[in-house]
Design a protein around this ligand. Structure first.
Ligand code: FCB
Length: 440
């Protein structure tokens, strides 16, 4: 059973999160091509080569989707603005239709009493910028700041919060070292540059948002607990390395103006010249921080070049993503953020949820495992709040089943089931449970 609204402090916010490319239907309304379109069109990258062309067709169905958000008794909606929809070439000309869409969306949220929480970049880089090197090119910081300014000028007066970049680790490491996401590189020099430029772009966008008068600017990080796979000192050391480049790099850059030594051990030779001089831009003061949390990993020592580690199978029950369910680590990361980096800053769980093998039967989806998952993670949030960690809100990933990147439409994370043939929405049992728990 889910905890109830009144089990949380007064003013605690509950929300749901989505992202543009995963739900909107990218090809409509004059959006430009993105590196995700290119990545998906390359054989072997995405399950069945699926892409975001139509996705959930949210672009045309957004009003009904916002009605569902409101009927779930949620307080806030975390969505993203597609760079290529707003600026099809990534720079220069603005696509009026694209900006109008977000304008209507924001008004639609406010009309329904929902707070609009915008993320400016949730991974769909305009292809013309990818052609120029994308995240490997230092200029991305100023291109992105210009985009931030366009959004701030048009929507800034009505946005409740803005976060420049969703999950810098995925933008940099997952996409340039592991090659699992666009642009699908496996190159340590590209990785190191992306790891640094993503923070430089973050800081530059924060400056642009401040210059436009925005008051509630944050950052959203994803965390994965790195647990040593065995008792050896080697496994402990490799888990520390994983923790450094995954969980600590971005927080350290922003809050300590430095990168962790265990990560510099491999990345420093590949960082762009003069990187040490960029922390004045990177370390802009923030108003809040968000943690996206799903799972833990078991890390073992392996041969080969740095980081010389391997992920091995763990013993806990897993979601459809193959991710172990380990709620305690959410508590771990919230405590760590406050103790080591963010102090008194308000914290939000900006994403949490699970993919499950949901089946639509008789007009219903019984997703009890998702209810249990959410309940276990919300219990961790309650526990750390009781210890004094300033967590102020929690967002489910996701409102709708959607395009789960390289896994296409196979993995269902939604509170609402989407039939990808008819695009019909069916709220799942978890949606109804949440609506009951949050009723005022
Ligand atoms: C996060 C992403 C989100 C979704 C979930 C499952 O890393 O921010 O878009 O893919 O994972």
């Amino acid at each position: 059973m889910l905890p109830q609204r009144h089990d949380f402090p007064e003013g605690f916010l509950f929300g749901a999160a989505t992202s543009a490319y995963q739900i909107e239907g990218h090809t409509q309304s004059g959006a430009g091509r993105t590196h995700w379109d290119d990545f998906a069109a390359t054989p072997g990258n995405v399950v069945r080569a699926e892409n975001g062309d139509l996705a959930c067709d949210h672009l045309n169905r957004w009003e009904a989707d916002l009605d569902l958000l409101a009927a779930a008794n949620l307080d806030v909606y975390r969505f993203s603005t597609s760079w290529a929809r707003v600026m099809p070439e990534g720079r220069g000309a603005v696509n009026g239709q694209g900006l109008d869409f977000y304008d209507r969306l924001v008004d639609g949220l406010l009309e329904r009493g929902l707070k609009p929480a915008a993320t400016l970049y949730h991974w769909e880089l305009p292809s013309p910028l990818a052609d120029l090197g994308g995240w490997r090119n230092r200029d991305i910081a100023s291109w992105f700041a210009d985009f931030a300014q366009v959004i701030a000028e048009r929507l800034g007066d009505r946005l409740w919060s803005v976060a420049p970049i969703n999950e810098p680790w995925c933008v940099a490491w997952l996409s340039h070292f592991l090659g699992h996401h666009a642009p699908g590189l496996r190159d340590i020099r590209a990785t190191a540059r992306a790891m640094h430029h993503v923070l430089l772009a973050h800081g530059s966008a924060v400056q642009a948002l401040r210059a436009a008068g925005h008051q509630n600017v944050g950052a959203v990080f994803n965390f994965e607990r790195a647990l040593p796979a065995d008792d050896s000192p080697e496994a402990a050391a490799r888990a520390a390395t994983y923790d450094a480049y995954y969980n600590r790099w971005f927080l350290s850059g922003i809050f300590h103006r430095a990168y962790p030594a265990e990560a510099l051990a491999g990345l420093e030779p590949h960082l762009p010249q003069g990187w040490e001089g960029d922390f004045d831009t990177i370390a802009q003061p923030l108003d809040w921080c968000g943690a996206n949390y799903y799972t833990c990993k078991r890390i073992a020592a392996a041969g080969g070049p740095w980081p010389a580690l391997a992920e091995v199978d763990g013993p806990l029950p897993k979601t459809e993503m193959g991710w172990e369910i380990h709620p305690e680590s959410l508590g771990f990361f919230l405590r760590r953020m406050q103790a080591d980096y963010t102090g008194d800053l308000p914290l939000y769980v900006t994403e949490n949820g699970m993919a499950s093998a949901d089946r639509l039967a008789g007009g219903r989806v019984d997703d009890q495992p998702r209810i249990d998952y959410l309940a276990a993670h919300l219990a961790q949030v309650q526990a750390v709040i009781a210890e004094g960690v300033p967590v102020r809100g929690y967002f489910c990933w996701s409102l709708l089943d959607n395009y789960e990147w390289a896994l296409g439409y196979d993995k269902r994370f939604g509170l609402i089931h989407v039939d990808f043939d008819t695009l019909k929405r069916t709220p799942k049992a978890s949606y109804h449970a949440l609506a009951r728990a949050l009723a005022r």
